[in-house]
Structures are given as structure tokens and as C-alpha cells.
Write a protein that binds this ligand. Structure first.
Ligand code: PHE
Length: 431
């Protein structure tokens, strides 16, 4: 059977933005900026995105298109002994998806609760077994999408949801900026503290956030690349990276003005999106509507990201074991539900904890932070060192000096930065 392809370049770009723009942009980026030097944080972040994230995005796309297949079989075709490395990447994608769907479920519950004018309270909600139901619902939505295929499922979902997300986001930005707390909020969010830039932790936070936000290193772009035609890789990856960053910055312009308008202290971590902001919505005018819109937007972002993660193991099963798409999707869906179960139970009455840390937080640290960096290291080493230079050049438009500079970056720069980020994350200096 012939391999499916994106219906157009725009379709691919939208799916790429769908994957990149997720919970990481709308909830994580704003508070990371807030606590890491405000506007000054944009300097390390820009460097992280364009000097290191973007080259790795292009490498993944190049491996996918050049081998014409998904992670495991692509790695096997580069060298037999890299099959296991491919497996590691697929496992990381699955493990991240497991807990990501739990948060996606929370988001869905919040969206519905505001839409029906019945705001929920975090502890009450997570203390019940409802999160399990919403985890399952989100999983089913993702399953149904991926089962429908690259064009009819993944691409189509982003074609609807990404424009909708943008419209909601722009509306919310316009609203927030006219609220009384707008100035204070923006001051907290963006006023630059350049002295923070001498702190290595700030740089490590920037790299970790950039790689996660760009969906790079987990085989998503590699798999997406295997559905590409003759598109120019740098240009299209660049568009995705810019969109990803702009949407993240705009999200902060929604959150902090509202938090300050309600007279609340901006929190970090889970609390910001699931406690502080919802409280703000119960206190400001039109709060229920705004809350519903905000969480609907976050749900759209999370769903399109989760879909891209599910595609990684699904495509691997199809390509390596010859499974038809529908069967592969069902199998992976079932596995993900099991893998995510401990995270789904972690804030409930069962209170699944490891050493006093909720399992979900542990999963985010082990898989979403450490795992993602290890996977990125594998991709950059296998692609950069073991795929021939001519083969990569063929994907990125020739072998001039730019391409040679690019190769040097991929071989030395990106692995070095990932290694530093890995070591930093081990010691949790990035908080
Ligand atoms: N980029 C997504 C976000 O910001 C998360 C993600 C990571 C999706 C890796 C796919 C692969 O939420």
C-alpha cells in the first residue's frame, strides 16, 4: 500500500503547529517566563528555539522523509543496531502521552464546568474518580482521530482546531488587556530582569521548555516527515517554531492580567492553571464565559498534541510489524490507557504517590523532562553521526557552507546542549 501523505504544505504546517502548541505553551511557558527573569528570559529562549530546537526539528523531518518510514524502521534502516534506540523513543512518546492525557482530561472537565456555570474546585475534582472518566474520554478522542489516518484524522483535526484556537486566543488577549489588572500582570510577566541571565538554571529551563514545546526529540516530527512531499524543511519548520513561540507569549498576556485583575498572587506549576486562574474566573466579570473559552482553547491545544504523540507508536507498529492502521491504533490506545493509569490515579482518593510526590509529577519529570532529553540525544546522534552527510544534504537543499555549518551544529552543538540540559535536570536546578 502506498504511504499516506499530507494533502498540502499548509496541512502539514497546521499539523505541526497542532503538535507543537499544547499544554506546554499555554500553561507552562507563561509561568516559566514569570519566574525566570520575565522578558529577559526571551533571550535564552530565542537562542534555544532557533539555534538548537529548529536544527533538531529539521533533522527529524529529514530522517523521516529520507527513510520514508517511522522511528523504529527508520533507525533500523540507518543501522540495524539502532533498532532498540528507536524503541526507546517510541516508549518515551507513549509514556509522555500517558500522563499528558490525564492533564488533557482535567482541562476538558474545567472547560465543561465553566460552560455549564458550575466551576469545579481542584481538590474536590481530583479527589473524586471523575478524572479517570475524563482521562478515558480524552484518550478516546485521540484514538478516534489517529484511527482515521494522517489526512482524514490528524491533519483534519488541526485544520479545524488551530484556526479556532487562534481566534479564541486573540479574543482573550484583547479582553485581558483591557482589564484593570492588565498593566500589573504584564509587568510581572515581562518586565526584564537581566541579572537572572547569569544563572545557569535559567538557561537550562529555556532549553528544556524549548525542546518540549517544539515537540522535538520524540519522533513526532520524524514520523510526520515520513508523510512529506518535496516541501522545504527549514522554511516550514521555521514557520512552526515561530507560531509556537508567538502563541506561548500571547497565552501569558491572557493569564497574568486576569490573575492580577482578580487580585490574586500568580502561582507556579499546576496551581497556576488549575487553581489560581479558575479562581480568577469566578471573580471577574464574564468569568464563566472566559473560563469556558480559555479551557476550550487549552483542550484544543492539548488534543492536537496528544494526537501527534499517539501517531508515533501507531506508525511504528504499522511500519515495523505490518499492522493495519485501525488495529495498530487500538492496540496502542489500550497500552497508553494502562501506562497513564498510575498518573490518572495520582491525585485521586487513592492518592498514588512515590516518595511523597504524586505519580503524575514524577512521570512529568522522568518521561517529559529526562526521557525527552535522552530521546532528543539519541535522535541527534543517530541522525547527525550515522546518516551520511550527502543524504542529509539532499533533504536540506545542497551541500553549501550553510549546510556544513548546520551539520556541525547537529553533530556537536545540539548533543552538547542536550547533555548540559540533562545534567541540569538531574539536579533539578531548573526547578
Ligand atoms: N509540544 C507539546 C506541548 O507544548 C507537547 C509535546 C511534546 C507534543 C512532544 C508532542 C511531542 O504541550
Amino acid at each position: 500500500m502506498e504511504r499516506e501523505q499530507w494533502s498540502s504544505t499548509l496541512g502539514f504546517i497546521l499539523a505541526g503547529i497542532g503538535s507543537a502548541v499544547g499544554i506546554g505553551n499555554i500553561w507552562r511557558f507563561p509561568y516559566i517566563v514569570g519566574v525566570n527573569g520575565g522578558g529577559a528570559f526571551l533571550i535564552p529562549y530565542l537562542i534555544a528555539v532557533f539555534l538548537f530546537g529548529l536544527p533538531l526539528m529539521v533533522l527529524e523531518l529529514a530522517i523521516g522523509r529520507s527513510t520514508g518510514t517511522s522511528v523504529i524502521s527508520a533507525f533500523r534502516s540507518i543501522q540495524q543496531r539502532f533498532t532498540a534506540a528507536g524503541l526507546v523513543i517510541v516508549a518515551v512518546a507513549g509514556l509522555v502521552l500517558g500522563y499528558y492525557l490525564v492533564i488533557t482530561g482535567w482541562v476538558l472537565a474545567y472547560a465543561l464546568s465553566f460552560a455549564f456555570n458550575r466551576p469545579i474546585e481542584f481538590d474536590t475534582f481530583t479527589g473524586s474518580y471523575l478524572p479517570l472518566v475524563f482521562f478515558l474520554l480524552s484518550g478516546v478522542a485521540v484514538y478516534v482521530t489517529v484511527r482515521s489516518g494522517v489526512r482524514e484524522g490528524i491533519e483534519r483535526l488541526s485544520r479545524y482546531l488551530i484556526p479556532a484556537l487562534l481566534v479564541i486566543l486573540l479574543f482573550l488577549v484583547a479582553f485581558s488587556l483591557t482589564e484593570p489588572g492588565a498593566f500589573e500582570g504584564i509587568e510581572f510577566y515581562l518586565s526584564p530582569d537581566f541579572s537572572r541571565l547569569t544563572d545557569p538554571a535559567v538557561w537550562i529551563a529555556a532549553f528544556g521548555q524549548a525542546f518540549f514545546s517544539l515537540s522535538v526529540g520524540m519522533g513526532v516530527l520524524l514520523t510526520f516527515g515520513s508523510y512529506l512531499g518535496k516541501e522545504a524543511l527549514f522554511r516550514n519548520a521555521g514557520i512552526i517554531a515561530v507560531a509556537d513561540m508567538l502563541i506561548a507569549i500571547l497565552a501569558g498576556l491572557v493569564i497574568f492580567p486576569l490573575v492580577f485583575t482578580a487580585g490574586l498572587d500568580p502561582a507556579a506549576g499546576v496551581n497556576l492553571a488549575f487553581i489560581t486562574l479558575p479562581t480568577a474566573f469566578t471573580q471577574i466579570q464574564y468569568g464563566m464565559l472566559l473560563g469556558a473559552l480559555f479551557f476550550l482553547m487549552l483542550f484544543a491545544a492539548a488534543l492536537t498534541s496528544a494526537v501527534s504523540m499517539l501517531e508515533v507508536p501507531t506508525a511504528a507498529l504499522m511500519d515495523s510489524y505490518g499492522y493495519p492502521r485501525k488495529r495498530a491504533t487500538l492496540l496502542v490506545f489500550a497500552a497508553i490507557m494502562l501506562l497513564g493509569l498510575p498518573s490518572a490515579l495520582s491525585y485521586t482518593a487513592l492518592n498514588l504517590e512515590v516518595l511523597g510526590t504524586p505519580f503524575l509529577d514524577l512521570a512529568d519529570y522522568m518521561f517529559g523532562t529526562i526521557g525527552l532529553i535522552v530521546a532528543g540525544l539519541i535522535v541527534s546522534v543517530v541522525g547527525g553521526w550515522f546518516m551520511s552527510r550527502t543524504r542529509i544534504c539532499a533533504e536540506i537543499g545542497g551541500c553549501g557552507w550553510q549546510q556544513r555549518a548546520y551539520m556541525a551544529l547537529i553533530r556537536y552543538g545540539v548533543p552538547a546542549i542536550l547533555l548540559i540540559t540533562l545534567i541540569g535536570s538531574f539536579f533539578r536546578v531548573a526547578g
